[in-house]
Write a protein that binds this ligand. Structure first.
Ligand code: ADP
Ligand code: MN
Ligand code: MN
Ligand code: MN
Length: 339
């Protein structure tokens, strides 16, 4: 007897990487082996030395095929088993390991937009729907577009054992959000990539494309972000470390370093309008959805908890945003003796 393993990896497409996957049939009880692929077809190799290695790093039940079938998230390696330049997970693992003692948690809010026939789901042919206002967390056929897909995606994420923690309809028609976390940096990012794959794969069954484009409709329509909520053990126990983390994110070159790596097209989304702070001006504040980093109201009341970095784009690489935040905040907390 056999089972199917769907090997999933992140490719080298510029400026935003895409997901790829292929199926391997394995004998019952078999280990999930290392595998390979043609890197010249994924922008990860030239044509003359094109073999790239798939190293399984996270396996979960396949909620689509069911049974004993599995999804297998992989890192991409060179034939000599060193990480490929597109392999941002390897970089994160190093940094996460260095600061493991601080017990970082992340919750990432993934916004996305459904497209059908070249326009967002719910947009009429050749025109625009009613302006934003009623769609966020809406109900009813005049407000909500694509709920069947969203519900099926949620069920599949749960069946796969992913740490998905909620869903909601967003501000623009056809725009939605799911949240993954809280979980450690590598785990939250692995689960996010698999949840994204399940989103594309599920929408495909409805002839709908899901996109993480940060500004899918120009003009007076909200962009799509990936608010990244973060805490360390010390932040979950006291307020001073919360302020240290907010300050660290604003120090020197840090704001620019972060924003540059928070996803393609970030200047188009972080305009200072539509619940964003301008990309070139760092700020933090309590309850402030117009700040780069928000301290939730409840966190100020409790004097402990977490912070929300509102800058990352929907198309951010979760391995990159978690690495940068851990690096910047955990090193500052260590220096301040707040660990
Ligand atoms: P918003 O009010 O900004 O829409 P959401 O409810 O969509 O917030 O998402 C909040 C996220 O923060 C969730 O993914 C949740 O798991 C995560 N979260 C909650 N507590 C913590 C914490 N202590 N550290 C990190 N993330 C957390
Ligand atoms: Mn949210
Ligand atoms: Mn949102
Ligand atoms: Mn948020």
């Amino acid at each position: 007897m056999t089972f199917k393993a769907e090997y999933i990896w992140i490719d080298g497409t510029e400026p935003t990487a895409k997901l790829r996957s292929k199926t391997r049939v394995l004998a019952d009880g078999a280990e999930i082996p290392i595998w390979g692929f043609d890197g010249s077809s994924t922008n990860q190799a030239g044509g003359h030395s094109s073999d790239r290695v798939l190293k399984p790093v996270f396996t979960c039940p396949d909620p689509i095929r069911g049974g004993d079938n599995v999804l297998v998230l992989c890192e991409v390696l060179m034939p000599d088993m060193t990480p490929h330049s597109s392999n941002t997970r390897a970089l994160l693992s190093e940094v996460a390991e260095r600061y493991a003692e601080q017990d970082s948690w992340f919750g990432i809010e993934q916004e996305y937009t459904f497209f059908k026939e070249g326009r967002p789901l719910g947009f009429p042919l050749g025109g625009f729907p009613a302006p934003q206002g009623g769609y966020y967390c809406g109900v009813g056929a005049d407000e909500v577009f694509g709920r069947d897909i969203v519900e099926l995606h949620l069920d599949r994420c749960l069946a796969a054992g992913l740490k998905i923690s909620g869903i909601n309809a967003e501000v623009m028609p056809g725009q939605w959000e799911f949240q993954v976390g809280p979980a450690g940096p590598v785990e939250v990012a692995d689960h996010m990539w698999v949840a994204r794959w399940l989103l594309y794969r599920t929408a495909e069954e409805f002839d709908v494309a899901a996109t993480l484009d940060a500004k899918p409709v120009k003009g007076d329509w909200n962009g799509a972000g990936a608010h990244t909520n973060f805490s360390t053990r010390a932040m979950r126990e006291g307020y001073e470390p919360i302020i240290t983390a907010c300050e660290a994110l604003g120090e020197g070159d840090k704001p620019l370093e972060h924003v540059k790596n928070y996803g393609h097209g970030i200047e188009d989304r972080l305009t200072g309008h539509h619940e964003t702070a301008p990309w070139d001006k760092y700020s933090y504040g309590v309850s402030d959805r117009g700040a780069s980093v928000r301290i939730p109201w409840q966190v100020e009341v409790d004097k402990k908890g977490y912070i929300e970095d509102r800058r990352p784009n929907a198309n951010v690489d979760p391995y990159v945003v978690t690495r940068l935040i851990v690096d910047t905040c955990c090193s500052a907390l260590e220096k301040a003796g707040q660990v």
